[in-house]
Design a protein around this ligand. Structure first.
Ligand code: SME
Length: 162
């Protein structure tokens, strides 16, 4: 009998997503550009269940745009708190393969199993970050990190030029 493969196959469409986001960033104002970018990311990758962009305002991260089934209660996160706050304070991408095993995790959705947070770097500071939750465990890999760090660099140009 033919055995079913147990590996999960992720749908990755990074090139298309990046060119769509590039076009949006060149044509739209910052608010619309962020709103459309989170939608493009969520629609382009089947393991991205909730996509948000937070912007740094003083000592806080404030949710500027999101796309997902539900709203999060974490619309303002102090820098240093949660996975989001840790990525902003430490200034590097954080991948969490199992959110239930990370004591920093601030729970938003019961279905979330893994998370990736990518800082958006300005010249000298962190301007904000992309936060993505997946309902699949260990959903994010190096390819996601590379793609999303590229998107974060594009967003940084737009945020700095506003
Ligand atoms: N889980 C995040 C909080 C934001 S929600 O995922 C939308 C954290 O631990 O910082």
């Amino acid at each position: 009998m033919l055995k079913q493969a147990s590996t999960t196959i992720h749908v990755h469409k990074p090139e298309k997503a990046i060119s769509q986001i590039e076009a949006v960033l060149s044509r739209q104002n910052i608010e619309s550009a962020l709103e459309i970018s989170v939608k493009i990311l969520r629609q382009s990758f089947d393991h991205y269940d909730w996509v948000g962009i937070y912007l740094v305002k003083g000592e806080m991260l404030e949710l500027a745009a999101y796309d997902g089934e539900s709203e999060t209660e974490h619309v303002r996160i102090p820098i240093g708190q949660g996975i989001c706050g840790a990525a902003a304070r430490e200034g590097h991408t954080i991948l969490v393969p199992d959110v239930n095993k990370d004591p920093r995790y601030l729970a938003c959705f019961a279905s979330t199993r893994s998370e990736i947070v990518i800082p958006i770097f300005g010249k000298d500071t962190v301007l904000g970050e992309i936060d993505i939750d997946s309902d699949k465990p260990s959903a994010f890999d190096d390819e996601d990190q590379e793609t999303l760090e590229g998107v974060a660099r594009m967003l940084a140009h737009k945020i700095e030029s506003k």
